[in-house]
Design a protein around this ligand. Structure first.
Ligand SMILES: [Zn+2]
Ligand SMILES: [Zn+2]
Ligand SMILES: [Zn+2]
Ligand SMILES: [Zn+2]
Ligand SMILES: [Zn+2]
Ligand SMILES: [Zn+2]
Length: 274
């Protein structure tokens, strides 16, 4: 059995290396660099059991090729930290959320943040960045400051604070909504307006260029998804493609053209979400 487990481990590692290679070929995005150094086992404040690093690909683990992170509820594919499987399936975290440990130093706040809210408090509190409220958002996990009452959800806490934009030689910096600032700028990417006082924030260049971009326009609505194939359910496959044709495709069943970085194709129909 010793030999067996060694073989198993070796094949796991070669699979891991292979996947890292595919990923680094596919993107130079810094959002994925973390995976190369990720430890195989991990304790996380959010879960009682230790989590194991796996690759959620079709075939390898008989998965669907994607998962929703239990902290930020973002759609993700590839690496996953997973708890032991129970009736509800396993607890899952993407690499970014799994790398959040206490005390968490969020660059946008002066004090360290903790997972210190009770489940009831977490459900009823509102993130000060995205300010999303309602049932759909209540499950997003939240970090809080013990010194003041600052609260931020995992989705906002794990957005890169600085991000590269190919048409600006400086790093763009995340800026939260600006109270009382009724001015507006223009998004360099989609060329529509950015209202500075709108919730959710935006990215801008602090070095004299007046570059401003929407968060979704810079990172995509699904920053942790890659082009490739996943399964919508056991029967239907979904192709994920770069959305880079000049004439954007019509979104099936919606009255818009899909503008996001990625599109999902199911049986010749195009969607901008799964
Ligand atoms: Zn997450
Ligand atoms: Zn948020
Ligand atoms: Zn504080
Ligand atoms: Zn935009
Ligand atoms: Zn600049
Ligand atoms: Zn669409």
């Amino acid at each position: 059995t010793m030999k067996k487990s060694l073989v198993k481990r070796a094949s796991f590692q070669s699979m891991r290396v292979a996947t890292i290679r595919v990923w680094s070929n596919a993107t130079s995005s810094s959002m994925h660099e973390a995976c190369a150094n990720a430890p195989r086992k991990k304790q996380h404040a959010m879960h009682a059991h230790s989590l194991t690093l796996k690759v959620d690909n079709i075939g390898f683990w008989a998965g669907l090729g994607y998962f929703y992170c239990f902290a930020c509820y973002r759609l993700s594919c590839g690496f996953v930290y997973e708890g032991p499987k129970d009736i509800l399936g396993g607890f899952k975290l993407d690499l970014r959320c799994a790398s959040v440990s206490e005390p968490f130093q969020y660059e946008g706040h002066e004090h360290p943040l903790f997972l210190a809210l009770t489940p009831e408090e977490e459900k009823s509190s509102i993130c000060q960045i995205c300010q999303e409220e309602g049932d759909e958002y209540n499950d997003w996990r939240k970090l809080t400051c013990i010194k003041c009452s600052y609260i931020i959800c995992f989705r906002c806490a794990t957005l890169p604070y600085k991000a590269r934009y190919k048409h600006d030689k400086h790093l763009l910096v995340f800026r939260k909504k600006e109270e009382g600032n009724d001015h507006q700028g223009w998004c360099d990417i989609c060329e529509s307006e950015i209202v500075y006082s709108r919730k959710g924030g935006f990215y801008s260049c602090d070095d004299y260029c007046s570059t401003t971009v929407h968060v979704d326009c810079l990172l995509g609505k699904h920053p942790y998804m890659r082009p490739g194939q996943i399964k919508h359910n056991r029967l239907h496959e979904v192709l994920i493609l770069h959305n880079k044709t000049m004439s954007r495709p019509f979104c099936h069943g919606k009255d818009h053209r899909c503008q996001d970085k990625l599109v999902f194709k199911k049986r010749n129909m195009t969607f901008c979400s799964l």
